[in-house]
Design a protein around this ligand. Structure first.
Ligand code: SAM
Length: 269
């Protein structure tokens, strides 16, 4: 790193020198505090030789520290104003930085990555997480920083009014935890709310077809979350025997079920 961007004064001066302002529309809040970046790396349990996929590296605050662990990084950054500064900032980087919208990227191009780390742009959190869990790449873990309320919401268990389809899917994949909070003062520009780390893993991926059916069942059930499963799941023609085999009452509602019940249902239908 040719400029020490872990100090706010340096970061501000660097942006000003290059005539840059953070773009609110792209969710640009740079996490400039090194100790806070290390919390994410620790939560993700990054080891030398890990192949890390990073989404939205920005000016590389997190990327640089991941690389220092000896891991390999592939990073997708949509803003060309930022990626064009990387050769100047990181002349010796081994990170493969791709100037591309992650939502448009072909999963084949990052299929060798084993862990995902991202300080997520808040405006497309759900889209990014949904893409990562639907593309059949066997990531071992997903570690995100996102708005604290959103992180806590995604970690809620059945029975909580905030529990939804994405919660159920993540909880099937592995333990979902919020190991640390990051105060808003550690970001520039400073957002209105604090952030938290959300970690999913270690992940055990279900067999591909079962996982695809499970996601379909969950989406369909939660699209009418107040309805009984026998009503909301009618379009999927699930037999009474399949409900019985999965030990699920057809009159249950999705928000009250243990998430793994959806997996059992997918296995028997
Ligand atoms: N990782 C940096 C950090 O921690 O300081 C920046 C995090 S900032 C919250 C989110 C980053 O995601 C920004 O750099 C933004 O330009 C980038 N971004 C926004 N939308 C994106 C997309 N669709 N694909 C890839 N990157 C995106």
């Amino acid at each position: 790193m040719t400029v020490d961007l872990y100090h706010l004064a340096n970061l501000k001066a660097f942006l000003e020198e290059h005539g840059l302002e953070a773009k609110h529309s792209l969710g640009q809040n740079f996490l400039f505090h090194e100790r806070e970046c290390q919390k994410i790396i620790q939560a993700a349990d990054i080891k030398p030789k890990d192949k890390v996929l990073e989404i939205g590296p920005g000016l590389g605050h997190l990327t640089h520290l991941i690389e220092e662990t000896g891991a390999e990084v592939t990073a997708y950054e949509i803003d060309q104003r930022l990626t064009s500064l990387w050769p100047e900032l990181y002349p010796d980087t081994k990170t493969e930085i791709r100037n591309q919208d992650f939502l448009q990227a072909d999963p084949k191009d990052y299929s060798s990555c084993t862990k995902v780390v991202a300080n997520l742009p808040y405006y497309i959190v759900k889209e990014i997480i949904t893409k990562l869990i639907s593309t059949n790449i066997p990531f071992r873990s997903l570690t995100f920083t996102l708005q604290k309320e959103e992180a806590l919401r995604l970690a809620q268990k059945p029975g909580d009014p905030r529990y939804g389809a994405l919660n159920a899917m993540l909880q099937i994949l592995g333990p979902v935890q919020t190991p640390a909070t990051i105060k808003k003062d550690n970001f520039y520009p400073r957002p209105h709310v604090d952030s938290a780390i959300l970690k999913i893993g270690p992940i055990t991926w279900p067999e591909i077809n079962i996982w695809s059916n499970t996601q379909q069942i969950i989406k369909t059930a939660f699209s009418q979350r107040r309805k009984q499963l026998q009503t909301s799941l009618k379009p999927l023609n699930i037999s009474q025997e399949a409900f019985a085999q999965a030990n699920i009452s057809p009159t249950a509602r999705p928000e009250s079920l243990d998430p793994r019940s959806f997996l059992l249902l997918a296995q028997s239908f």
